[in-house]
Design a protein around this ligand. Structure first.
Ligand code: ZN
Length: 305
């Protein structure tokens, strides 16, 4: 049996619509953003209707008020695994803090739901996470993504053995970094994992989210293999050269000779007022990148029929 790979879906969740395959811009203090309200205003201006923020960052930045996004954005809350993974001297991070963050910020989708502890790396999510989340937020309308944490196929099967189908499950997700250190290996492992989920276990209707993946060239190919959702930070740390389908250094906006509205405006500003243009560089670079990602995903959806 062949895995069904070409599909485009339009999903209504919390009265908001997301079309898949789709890219979710992620924000994290590890990269450029520490001022989330400002960043969200920026995304809104670029007509992005969804984003992902880390619970770890929200907790430690100590925002006093709810980030007022619910009416405008589909809000994905990441569990904080990326920050733990990236920071050597990571701050304390426990289930209870994640749960409090969910309660305070009321995301639409929580990207943290695994029910087995494999005790690998800096694991902080534990066996009880899944049930705690479900119990406490049962009636809130919050959806979840089930994170497959296994580093090999047998561990993934062990997790799926315990998985219970739940109408609040929005997607399975798996970090791209677990798939291997080169694209060829990652593709082979991804094919196998999708086969396990969809054929062995029969969960063919649940979306698949490849976490921490925003390299444009790979995004297109992964999507053809069956990935529905991506998230990543490259839109705010690199320049996306769409004509070559590759990422360049963040300083190279002018070198790509792009004629999108942001690049055109930026060139005019550069010509007329160099100092002001330099100060505003990031805004044009982010604008260009988001526009290019938007176009890329539209193309991917057309290719996927
Ligand atoms: Zn441009």
């Amino acid at each position: 049996m062949e895995i069904e790979i070409m599909r485009k879906r339009s999903i209504m969740i919390q009265n908001k619509i997301i079309q898949t395959p789709e890219f979710i811009p992620s924000l994290t203090t590890i990269k450029n953003f520490s001022n989330y309200p400002l960043a969200l205003n920026f995304l809104k201006n670029q007509n992005f209707s969804h984003f992902m923020i880390s619970a770890y960052d929200l907790h430690y930045l100590n925002y006093k008020e709810e980030i007022q996004t619910k009416s405008d954005f589909l809000f994905f809350l990441d569990s904080g695994a990326f920050e733990i993974y990236n920071q050597n001297n990571s701050l304390n991070w426990k289930n209870e803090q994640l749960l409090n963050c969910i309660g305070k910020f009321r995301p639409d989708v929580v990207v943290s739901l695994d029910d087995i502890n494999f005790n690998v790396g800096n694991r902080y999510e534990d066996y009880e996470n899944y049930n705690l989340l479900r119990k406490r937020y049962e009636n809130t309308g919050i959806f979840y993504e089930f994170v497959l944490q296994g580093r090999n196929f047998e561990e993934i099967r062990l997790q799926l053995d315990k998985f219970e189908l739940d109408k609040k499950i929005f997607a399975f997700c798996y970090p791209e970094r677990y798939l291997g250190n080169n694209f060829k290996t990652r593709k082979e492992n991804l094919t196998k994992i999708l086969k396990i989920i969809k054929e062995e276990y029969g969960f063919s209707e649940i979306l698949f989210h490849l976490m921490g993946c925003s390299y444009p060239k790979f995004l297109k190919q992964y999507s053809q293999m069956g990935v529905d959702l991506f998230d990543g930070v490259h839109w705010n740390d690199s320049i996306y050269d769409k004509s070559k389908n590759m990422l360049l250094d963040f300083s190279e906006l002018l070198s790509i000779n792009c004629n999108c509205s942001y690049c055109t405006q930026y060139k005019v500003l550069m010509k007329n007022n160099l100092i002001k243009a330099e100060i505003q560089y990031e805004l044009f670079a982010f604008g260009h990148n988001l526009l290019m990602y938007k176009e890329l995903m539209e193309e991917v959806r057309i290719d996927d029929g």
